[in-house]
Design a protein around this ligand. Structure first.
Ligand SMILES: [Fe+2]
Ligand SMILES: [Fe+2]
Length: 274
């Protein structure tokens, strides 16, 4: 199999685009290109069409799919939305504050919920949990409570990540004892007849009877005060709180060999092809 250099260059956007890639990225691009080429050659040899299988089992020709207007899956975060420009480069040893500034910004919703927790005198771990409760939405939206908890688990006390994990299922269930009502917004988004899936209900029932229940419940409560188009917020009041509640790895987030380091690397470099 021979690679046509010009066709390869055209596929990645020309010589200019190639020179902007690191050596590893060039190698990845080439490998990816060759895999595609191999598939093309084999389907040509066999006289078959390359197909992708749809959720209903139907096989659609790749050629047809490529002509449809692309749309990022709704479960993916803003880091994977189509964009024309590069992301701001990260330093060699990025800390959480840098991730806020370069990847999670403008972060109004989480800053507003943490500000509300701060202003109403809630425990510092709750303030920090509110600050972190939805940042993973930039990466992924589906099951964001579980992803968000996992993202910070090695660096925080258990109650913080626990609260973030279970705020997601709990938000669908009211708790009059703290004044949490089912959000009207969900009726608009999910419809009045929405019934959470069984795994969400099970997670809620588990959390409701757990000694950490309030850790998650307070996040859902503070959430409802964090969609204010007028409120001014800043990260400044939280810098010291981050310092006391988040064990920043000295190697930098993404490079400490923790079980979640790869998640931070993906947030730092969403554009890497492999
Ligand atoms: Fe959330
Ligand atoms: Fe939220």
């Amino acid at each position: 199999m021979e690679v046509d250099r010009r066709a390869f260059l055209a596929s990645i956007g020309g010589v200019g685009a190639l020179s902007a890639l690191s050596h590893e990225d060039k190698a990845e691009e080439l490998e990816h290109y060759m895999e595609h080429m191999l598939d093309d050659l084999i389907s040509e040899r066999d006289g078959t069409e390359k197909v992708l299988y749809m959720p209903d089992g139907e096989a659609i020709a790749l050629r047809e799919l490529e002509q449809e207007a692309p749309r990022a899956p709704r479960g993916t975060g803003s880091l994977f939305m189509p964009r024309a420009r590069e992301f701001a480069p990260m330093s060699d040893k990025p800390d959480l504050v840098e991730f806020f500034q370069k990847r999670f910004w403008p972060a109004n919703h989480v800053l507003q919920s943490a500000t509300y927790a701060l202003e109403t005198g809630q425990p510092e771990r709750t303030i920090f949990a509110c600050l972190m409760h939805d940042v993973v939405l930039n990466l992924i939206k589906v099951d964001h409570g579980w992803w968000g908890a996992q993202l910070i688990e090695p660096y925080v006390e258990e109650r913080i990540s626990w609260g973030i994990r279970y705020h997601a299922p709990l938000r669908f269930y009211p708790d009059e004892s703290v004044g949490y009502e089912y959000p009207e917004m969900y009726n608009r988004i999910f419809g009045h007849d929405y019934v959470p899936e069984p795994y969400i209900r099970e997670a809620y029932e588990f959390a409701r009877d757990h000694r950490y229940y309030m850790e998650a419940r307070l996040i859902t409560l503070n959430d409802t005060y964090a969609f204010d188009a007028e409120k001014q917020v800043s990260l400044d009041p939280f810098i010291d709180i981050i310092g006391r509640n988040f064990k920043q790895p000295k190697e930098g987030l993404g490079f400490d060999n923790s079980p979640v380091a790869h998640m931070w690397r993906t947030i730092a470099h969403p554009n890497r092809p492999l």
